[in-house]
Every structure is written in C-alpha cells, then in structure tokens.
Design a protein around this ligand. Sequence first.
Ligand code: NAD
Length: 335
Amino acid sequence: MKVLITGAAGFIGSALSLKLLARGDTVIGVDNLNDYYDVELKKARLARTQDHPNFVDLRLDLADREGMERAFAEHKPNRVVNLAAQAGVRYSLINPHAYVESNLMGFMNILEGCRHNDVEHLVYASSSSVYGANTTMPFSVHDNVDHPLSMYAATKKSNELMAHTYSHLYRLPTTGLRFFTVYGPWGRPDMALFLFTKNILAGKPIDVFNYGKHRRDFTYVDDIVDGVIKVLDNPSAPNPEWSGAKPDSATSNAPFQIYNIGNNEPVELMRYIEVLQDCLGKKAELNLLPLQPGDVPDTYADVTDLVKNLDYKPNTRVEDGIANFVAWYKEYHGL
Ligand code: NAD
C-alpha cells in the first residue's frame, strides 16, 4: 500500500510511519517542520524513517495548494492519513490564524488531492475537544456536538463537516478519528506529561490547571497507531446508524465514519502526576491554577463503535505508558 501521511515528523505521524514501513507499506511523509515546538525533536523523529528505502520525505506545507497538487499527482497514494495540523487548544487563543491556514485551508487541499487522485480512503485526525464542556459522559460519536470552546476544536469539527461533504458528493471514503490526549515516547513538548517531567527533573514547580480536578482519557501512542492502522485498512466499515450529521436518505449511505479513539478509562490529573512522580522517583512542586479558557474539565471516550465495527479498543494502563515515556525522555536527553 502507498500511504501519504501528513505530519510525518510529528508525535503520532512518525510513530505511524515507522509501523507502516515495518509491515512493507510505502510512506509518502509530508511535514513543513514548523517551529510551533522544538524543531530538533521533529528532525530526530524523522531521522528514524528518513533512510528507509520505502519512505519519501517531502518538506511541504499543507496550505501550499500547488505543492500539494504536485505531491498527490506525482506519488499517487492509495490511502491518506492526515495528521498535520496546528495542534494545541491554548495556542489557538494566541494565534488563531495558524489554525485556519493549516487545519482548514490545508485540509481543503487534502480533500481535493484525494478526490482528484482516486484515493481509496482518507483517515484524518479530529479531536476529543470537539465535545466541548457540557456533554454527557462518556462522549459518544452519536451525540450532536456543536459547541466548540476553542478555534482548535472549531477547526477539527469543521474537518468532520468538510469530510462529510466530500464523502457525500464524491463518494470519497473518509474516517475521522477523535483522539483523546495522546501520550508516550517522542511526545510533544507543549503537552502536560513532557512539561511536568522537564520541570520535576529540574526541581521547578509544575502548572496544574483546574486545581488538578481534570479527568482525561489519556491514550497511549501505540494504541492510537494500532487503531489508525486498523481503521486505515477497513475503509468500508459500516455506518448505518450515524446520527451526528443528521443524515437524510441521500447522506446516510455516504462512506463516512467518525470514531473515538480513547482509553475508555478517564484518569484524574492528580493521579497521573502521582504515577509520574513514582516513575521519576521525585516529588512535584504544584502550582495550582484555575481552569484555562478553551479547556474542557473532563474527557471520556465511548469506544463502542470501534469495538463493534473493528473489534478494537486501546488498553495500555497509564502506569505502563508513563514508565515508557520516562525511559524514553531520559534516554533522549542523555540523563
Ligand atoms: P504534532 O504537532 O506532533 O504533529 C503535527 C505535525 O504536523 C508536526 O510535525 C508539524 O510540523 C506538522 N505540520 C503542522 N502544520 C503543518 C502544515 N500546515 N503543513 C505541513 N505540516 C504541518 O501533533 P500530534 O500530537 O502528532 O498530533 C497529530 C494530529 O492529531 C493533529 O492533527 C492533532 O491535532 C491531533 N490530535 C492530537 C492529540 C494529542 O493528544 N497528541 C489529541 C487530539 C488530536
């Protein structure tokens, strides 16, 4: 299979690229290596795949319409996984334009590339943030979600709507995956686990928002990657009951699907920090702060559809996942 992966130097994209290469697929890896966070970390992730004979390394911005058209036409991928995005809820309050450029203009170019090059399946990253704050627990893909709390969440929800249109109009098979707080080795420096680890090791206080009362459905990166592959391989998973898009008879048969990928076991933030302290053998100094604008207090994934349609459910315990992260962090930083 020839798979175009965007965000190939990213946390999830690099792990996915490695796994697809290992099973014999060709990977066309697109990334603009932007400086939202440490570019050296992105280069180090990319270095794990760059020399593989079946890896094509493209330095390209999703929003570059002609560049993306060329990439699709030249490499003719069978399937596409769109992971490149401007990520981060809090940064979307500071630089909203970056979200429109990468997540909307960029996604438009992905949809067009798929449409004009007979791509068999587009899998794209959505996010648990689309659920907003006032949703019943656990979050179900059959709930109507139309109250995003940040531009990040709004662009992710927009991706789902745009994908629905392309599935409906052009019969493009699309699957949106609502990831729930992904963590693990090679993780992002702007996310809690990385920031906490860095500060605890340096003897600095850690910022704990919502006074530590958050619950998050932390999901281990390998579970996410396995789920993406399972979904990627099954473009025609049935979708007779989709209700989130209010289907009429014309849309209900569109090859369109949305799944939650989450651990289905929310963990309190203070518990997450305790496990990290145990793994590091060091106590954290807590700087307790209120809930931040744009943040949601709790996340909890209902994964019934993923289990039912694809017999798949993430299952790594946070104790194991955090231990793996700490081992990687120390090795990467030569500690
Ligand atoms: P990441 O930031 O590590 O990876 C994204 C990669 O895309 C980066 O390497 C970046 O350089 C690249 N990129 C960004 N904008 C680009 C553009 N316009 N053109 C080309 N490349 C671009 O993020 P991640 O944690 O690997 O997340 C992957 C996807 O999953 C994102 O869409 C993110 O929104 C989504 N997601 C992640 C989480 C999580 O907890 N990590 C949770 C929910 C959703």
